[in-house]
Design a protein around this ligand. Structure first.
Ligand SMILES: Cc1cc2nc3c(=O)[nH]c(=O)nc-3n(C[C@H](O)[C@H](O)[C@H](O)COP(=O)(O)OP(=O)(O)OC[C@H]3O[C@@H](n4cnc5c(N)ncnc54)[C@H](O)[C@@H]3O)c2cc1C
Length: 401
């Protein structure tokens, strides 16, 4: 069969090699002058290509499309992924949090084995942006650089709509729409969060460890524990990225930081009482510096409306309670997420109710397939997004007719 694959990213490369091995005639159209431009920047250039955990555990990290992806993730789980890359000659290592990386720490090694070993019988057409796909009788016509090409099957592996300089500009949604698919609104996921608070500028670059970021999103309570940092206009870092994926469709979002998640309010109050007792003649700021990073201690009294110059012996019980409550629930003024282009992945995309989860073929256009991030699926950080790209490609190829 003559198969067109649009996009030489993770899912496009993976499915192309598998189909070529089955004897299909595969042509990959890639608008860039090389394969895997997004893959190259994954995992800060190290490519966290899968997460080695049982499928049930994996599914807890899938934000949208859990049920839809279950079969594909069982068909091609992370152990199969490790075996697959090993068979291509890639040496790998598994780090904290079950994250798998190439042993060399170079994403280029993942790209190289995919392109040169796995796809050695695949035809690539570079600098060739597909502008439209339509049906002519039983076949498809793929138009690229003004040239029409006939195919029996078309696989859309064009990615999402974030980090557009890598080539993923949302073209797949256009194809899907033209064939009658619904597109679920695309919003940023794994993305920094914007804040309206004036103090943000004073905190840019400050990182916080062992804190909890708490959210109330349309009445639902969420909490993430770990590291975060302040940016020019808000917050980022691991727990912020995770939180962004959980609140990105929220209408009413309230955020706060718990600077001392290991202590209850009562324990914290006792700690303050002890500190106060030992530092009666010092000012509030001095005490706060023992509890918070300096830059945060500097803005903290104003943010919770306390006089920073006040001496400890003048602080009332009500003021002490205010400090405790500020340390446990430091309110942030949510101002939405950064834009899609700053998002590691796109949430939303081709409506999965119109896609067969075994084959990834369209239920409304026979012979047309959608793989990877173009679908309305998304997951948290840790190698889950790439595993979804591999697994959707694997199921598609395995059940290809
Ligand atoms: C900074 C960053 C870091 C990341 N790190 C990780 C990580 O460590 N682990 C992880 O699991 N995930 C990571 N991700 C997410 C992961 O990279 C993506 O989810 C994954 O690449 C999606 O694969 P895909 O095949 O769907 O699309 P992509 O890999 O985005 O590939 C799509 C391809 O289609 C091409 N294309 C688009 N339109 C056309 C057209 N009209 N004609 C021809 N070609 C076209 C594009 O040029 C591109 O090459 C990261 C993402 C970013 C942005």
């Amino acid at each position: 069969m003559r198969v067109a694959v649009i996009g030489a990213g993770a899912s496009g490369l993976f499915v192309s090699g598998l189909l070529a091995k089955q004897g299909h005639d595969v042509v990959v159209f890639e608008k860039n002058d090389k394969v895997g431009k997004k893959l190259f920047i994954t995992g800060k250039g190290r490519c966290n290509f899968t997460n080695v955990c049982p499928v049930e555990e994996f599914l807890k990290n899938v934000v949208r499309g859990q049920k839809f992806l279950k079969g594909a993730l069982y068909n091609f789980d992370s152990n199969m992924c490790l075996d697959f890359f090993a068979s291509l000659g890639l040496k790998y290592k598994v780090e904290r949090g079950n994250r798998a990386f190439p042993e060399s720490d170079k994403s280029s090694d993942v790209i190289r084995v995919l392109k040169d070993v796995h796809c050695k019988n695949v035809e690539f057409v570079f600098d060739s942006e597909v502008s439209s796909v339509y049906r002519a009788n039983e076949n498809f016509v793929v138009v690229s650089n003004g040239k029409k090409n006939d195919f029996d099957r078309v696989i859309v592996a064009t990615g999402g709509k974030s980090y557009q300089s890598t080539g993923s500009t949302g073209f797949g949604y256009k194809v899907a729409k033209e064939f009658g698919h619904n597109i679920v609104e695309c919003v940023p996921a794994l993305c920094p969060i914007k804040l309206k608070d004036k103090f943000v500028k004073d905190l840019q670059g400050v990182s916080l460890k062992n804190v909890s970021l708490k959210a109330e999103c349309d009445g639902k309570k969420l909490e993430e524990f770990g590291e975060m940092l302040f940016t020019d206009a808000g917050i980022s870092g691991p727990i912020v990225l995770t939180m962004s994926s959980l609140i990105n469709r929220g209408k009413d979002v309230k955020l706060c930081i718990d600077f001392k998640p290991a202590l209850s309010e009562k324990q914290l109050d006792l700690r303050l009482l002890r500190d106060f007792e030992e530092n009666k003649n010092k000012d509030l700021k001095t005490i706060l510096k023992g509890l918070l990073p300096k830059a945060v201690a500097d803005i903290f009294p104003r943010a919770v409306m306390l006089d920073e110059t006040k001496k400890i012996h003048d602080i009332t019980k009500a003021e002490r309670e205010k400090i405790v409550s500020g340390l446990k629930n430091f309110a942030l003024k949510y101002d939405g997420l950064y834009d899609l282009n700053s998002a590691i992945v796109t949430s939303g995309g081709v409506d999965i109710t119109q896609i067969n989860p075994k084959t990834f073929e369209s239920k409304i256009a026979n012979g047309l397939y959608f793989l990877g991030e173009v679908l309305d699926v998304d997951a948290l950080t840790g190698g889950f997004s790439l595993q979804i790209a591999w697994a959707t490609a694997y199921s598609c190829a395995k059940n290809f007719v």
